[in-house]
Structures are given as structure tokens and as C-alpha cells.
Design a protein around this ligand. Structure first.
Ligand code: UDX
Ligand code: UDX
Length: 480
């Protein structure tokens, strides 16, 4: 029986291994993690991450050929294929601070593999890593190899949160990079055989190691660039009276451009886009490609601009002050259908409003109060560490309260800010909300989910990203 072990039971490792186990009953899959609470949660009925469809998949194979354990050494030493899916935060100090990936956790995983292995192993990079990481990992593994052979593969994950299970069942492609030597090709084939249980062969792409590593960074950079492009257009739409939804519909109809990933928003978030672009920028700079680095940096700058622009709109519309005013924040996750808040635009928007002394009442259907408080007190770049190594928030932010639902968050508020596109925000009883708010009552829709006309009829002053401006807002231009 082929044995797979995955180090890192997070958003990537957990769902990916569950889908492998479900589709490959003949393979034993063990997911290990240094976090005892995470592993206990995977072993309970309350999984540590929220992902539609995940529960059903895990239920079917947990205890059959899918296991979760904290005994890293035992399962690593028994495995034939080891996936590594641990955190790769952005460095906060030293060489490359603010850009380069910190490979501390990756390196310690590699050293542990080298220490405990007694048989040949295939080591698969699942975390996004800088190009040429495989070379460093190879050196660590072979330095003290005791005659054991290691093959390093790069098998980046392209799943998006919220749709992880369907992305894993029907991937656009599976990418496997490896050495172009006989042993390298054999390792590629072994991993290909795993995916071939359910992925059509023509969707499994094999490349050299460096192409696979770079493709992951490139794919995320291209996706983020589309969002920054449409967000840049949204600012121009507001200035000219064009409607960004109409513009992206018209642009997306061009089959060369395509309709996806053209929704204007308050900004992109998530654990990958910013981190991967910063990484790409750093690699370009290290290779003397300053112009290329600057090109990609701009994608992040426009994203930051978009978040600032939103905060400025809120403050300037409300007579240039939100001091002491209650603002209801609808949604904190970085997108709908996930409880994940890593790099969510809500953090920057909330911090911006708090900087202007607003009082916030935050509601999100999936994010815990503790997580929100932790996010609002954490420093930039501190989020991508194993949870038990993250700084704690002993006191929390005083001007922030967490609400049980949208109605509580909006009660007596001067304004609502919609920061995540949860479906339930489309069907709220906005008349009831209006009646319970201070007047004038503002709605700032950072995700274009509300029916603007209907809300204006009720009496709200409405701002929607990239849409023709409310007459009220026209007289109070936001300077970004
Ligand atoms: C992870 C990385 O964060 C990301 O950079 C990479 O691109 C893909 O893999 P994700 O699964 O979303 O993404 O992260 P997270 O949910 O934080 O999971 C990582 C897990 O690794 C955590 O549960 C952590 O406890 C575990 N870990 C970390 C180890 O088991 N050992 C370590 O040494 C470090
Ligand atoms: C992304 C990539 O899509 C995935 O392939 C990779 O493996 C990990 O990074 P993820 O971050 O989970 O996945 O979600 P994604 O759906 O890409 O959304 C990222 C951010 O962009 C979210 O904040 C989302 O709200 C925002 N977004 C997305 C927009 O603002 N507009 C869009 O049109 C699409």
C-alpha cells in the first residue's frame, strides 16, 4: 500500500489530503501537524476550517484511509510520498524583509524528514515557495542522507477557498514539476498515478521544477492583476459616471479576455495574492530585473489604494468625521463561504476607520470574535505563522464590538460598510435596518451586493464601488 504523509493540516493540506484519500481508497493518507488543537479538531466533528462539502468528504474516509495525527516523526518515516504544506510567511526582518518568503518552517520540516527517514522518499512542495526552493531543500535532505534517496517535486495547489472541494475534484490542471533525470521522471510518474485516480490525464501537466514553482507565483500574480485592473477602472468609473459592472461585462465578453475575476471590490485579500506577488517582486529584484519588479509591485499598490479610497469615501461622506459614530461592518472574511481572514481587506478598512475614531460593530457569519480582535491588533505580516506562535491579543480593541447578526450590527449605526459578499447581505430586511439607524443613514457597499435603487428608495445614501455616485457623495469628493 502506498503511504502518503502531509505535514501541515491547514486550508491547503487538510482538504487536499481528504480528496486524495476519498479518490484513492488503496492509499493511506496521514495528515500531521505540530498544532495539537488543530489535529484534535480534525479528529472531532467540528473541523478547524469551514469549507463547503469538506465535512462530507472527511466523514467518508476518516478512520478508513485518512488519519490526522501529531506524531510527525512516525508517519513521516513510514511514508513513501511526503507533502509539505506548512506556512511560508513574509520575512519581517533581515535580508528581504517585507518581501522575501521566510522558509523557517519549511527548513525545519526538511531537517525532520532527513532525521527520521529510513527509506527513499518523494518530497512534494505543496506550499507556495520561492523559485529555487527545491534546490535548498534538496541540499538539506541529501546533506546527511545516510544513503537514502530523495526526489523533490513541486506540486503547487491552485484551489480557491470557498470552492476548495469542487476545485480539487475537478481541477483546471494539476501541475507536477520534477528533475528531468530517470529518478526524477519516476517520481513524477508516481505522483501522477495518485492524481490519475480521478483527474483526466490531459489535465496533468508535467514540467521542470523551476517552471512549476514559478507558475504558481505567476498564476496568482495574473489573477490579482486582473482585480487591480478592474479596481483601477472603478475609480475612473466613479469620476466619469460609467458603471464598472457594465464595463467589466462588456470587456469580459471579449473571448480573449473572458468574464471571470473582473468583479470590482474593496480590494483583494487572502493568504496568497499579496504574499506571492511580494515574493515575485523579491525574486525579480534579486535577479536585477527592477522594471519587472516595479510592474508587479503596482498590483499591490493599487490594491492598497482601493482600500484607502474606500475609507476616505466613508469619512468624507459623513461630514469628514466618524469620530464616536457607530459603523456596522458587514462581513470580515476575505471572501464569502470561508471563515478565513488572512489579509482580508476588512482589516485595513477597519483599522482606517478606527484611526478616525469610529466605533465599529462587526458581524460575520463565520469569523469568531477572538479572530477579529486578534486580526485588528496584529502587525502586518504576523499572520502567517502557526497559530500558537502568533501574538495574542490580551485586551482587544475597545472601540470594536462583535455582533450576532446584521441587525444588531446596524442598530443605532450611522453607516453600514459591506466588506464581504455573503449571500445573506443581499436579502436583509433593509427597511427594518433603516428604521433602526441614525439619519442620514449610509450604506457603503464594498462588494456591490445590494440593490442600489431599492436602498435609495428606502432613504439610504448609497455608495457602491465603481457605480455612478449618489448626488450626496458627488458634493463630497473623496481625495485618496
Ligand atoms: C499553507 C501556507 O501557509 C501557504 O504559504 C502555502 O502557500 C500553502 O500552505 P495553508 O494551508 O492555507 O497554506 O496554511 P495554514 O492553514 O496556516 O496551515 C499550515 C499548517 O502547517 C498549520 O496548521 C501549522 O500548524 C502547520 N505547521 C507549520 C506544521 O505542522 N509544522 C511547522 O513547522 C509549521
Ligand atoms: C487564490 C487563487 O484563486 C488560487 O488559485 C490559489 O491557489 C490561492 O489564491 P483564494 O485566495 O482562496 O485563491 O481566493 P480567490 O477566489 O482567488 O479570491 C482572492 C481575493 O480576490 C478575495 O478577496 C476575493 O474577494 C477577491 N476577488 C476575486 C475580487 O475582488 N474580485 C474578483 O473578481 C475575484
Amino acid at each position: 500500500m502506498v503511504k502518503i504523509c502531509c505535514i501541515g493540516a491547514g486550508y491547503v493540506g487538510g482538504p487536499t489530503m481528504a480528496v486524495i484519500a476519498l479518490n484513492c481508497p488503496s492509499i493511506e493518507v496521514v495528515v500531521v501537524d505540530i498544532s495539537v488543537t488543530r489535529i484534535s479538531a480534525w479528529n472531532s466533528d467540528q473541523l478547524p476550517i469551514y469549507e463547503p462539502g469538506l465535512n462530507e468528504v472527511v466523514k467518508q474516509c476518516k478512520g478508513r484511509n485518512l488519519f490526522f495525527s501529531t506524531d510527525l516523526e512516525k508517519h513521516v518515516s513510514e511514508a513513501d510520498i511526503i507533502f509539505v504544506s506548512v506556512n511560508t510567511p513574509t520575512k519581517t526582518r533581515g535580508l528581504g524583509a517585507g518581501k522575501a518568503a521566510d522558509l523557517t518552517y519549511w527548513e525545519s520540516a526538511a531537517r525532520m524528514i532527513a532525521d527520521v527517514s529510513k527509506s527513499n522518499k518523494i518530497v512534494v512542495e505543496k506550499s507556495t515557495v520561492p523559485v529555487k526552493t527545491a534546490e535548498a531543500i534538496e541540499r538539506i535532505l541529501t546533506h546527511n542522507s545516510k544513503g537514502i534517496k530523495y526526489q523533490i517535486l513541486s506540486n503547487p495547489e491552485f484551489l480557491a477557498e470557498g470552492t476548495a472541494i469542487q476545485d480539487l475534484f475537478k481541477p483546471d490542471r494539476v501541475l507536477i514539476g520534477g528533475r528531468e533525470t530517470p529518478d526524477g521522471l519516476k517520481a513524477i510518474q508516481a505522483l501522477k498515478d495518485v492524481y490519475a485516480h480521478w483527474v483526466p490525464e490531459d489535465r496533468i501537466i508535467t514540467t521542470n521544477l523551476w517552471s512549476a514553482e514559478l507558475s504558481k507565483l505567476a498564476a496568482n500574480a495574473f489573477l490579482a492583476q486582473r482585480i487591480s485592473s478592474v479596481n483601477a477602472m472603478s475609480a475612473l468609473c466613479e469620476a466619469t459616471g460609467a458603471d464598472v459592472s457594465q464595463v467589466s461585462h462588456a470587456v469580459g465578453k471579449d473571448s480573449r479576455i473572458g468574464p471571470k475575476f473582473l468583479n470590482a471590490s474593496v480590494g483583494f485579500g487572502g493568504s496568497c495574492f499579496q504574499k506571492d506577488i511580494l515574493n515575485l517582486v523579491y525574486i525579480c529584484e534579486c535577479n536585477g530585473l527592477a522594471e519587472v519588479a516595479n510592474y508587479w509591485k503596482q498590483v499591490i499598490k493599487v490594491n492598497d489604494y482601493q482600500k484607502n479610497r474606500f475609507v476616505n469615501r466613508v469619512v468624507s461622506s459623513m461630514f469628514n468625521t466618524v469620530s464616536g459614530k457607530k459603523i456596522g461592518i458587514m462581513g470580515f472574511a476575505f471572501k464569502k463561504d470561508t471563515g478565513d481572514t488572512r489579509e482580508t481587506p476588512a482589516i485595513d478598512v477597519c483599522k482606517g476607520l478606527l484611526g478616525d475614531k469610529a466605533r465599529l460593530s462587526i458581524y460575520d457569519p463565520q469569523v469568531t470574535a477572538d479572530q477579529i480582535q486578534r486580526d485588528l491588533t496584529m502587525n502586518k505580516f504576523d499572520w502567517d505563522h502557526p497559530i500558537h506562535l502568533q501574538p495574542m491579543s490580551p485586551t482587544g480593541v475597545k472601540q470594536v464590538s462583535i455582533a450576532w447578526d446584521a441587525y444588531e450590527a446596524s442598530k443605532d449605526a450611522h453607516a453600514l460598510c459591506i466588506l464581504t459578499e455573503w449571500d445573506e447581505f443581499k436579502t436583509l430586511d433593509y427597511r427594518r435596518i433603516f428604521d433602526n439607524m441614525q439619519k442620514p443613514a449610509f450604506v457603503f457597499d464594498g462588494r456591490n451586493v445590494v440593490n442600489v435603487e431599492m436602498l435609495r428608495d428606502i432613504g439610504f445614501i448609497v455608495y457602491s464601488i465603481g457605480k455612478p455616485l449618489d448626488p450626496w457623495l458627488k458634493n463630497m469628493p473623496a481625495v485618496a
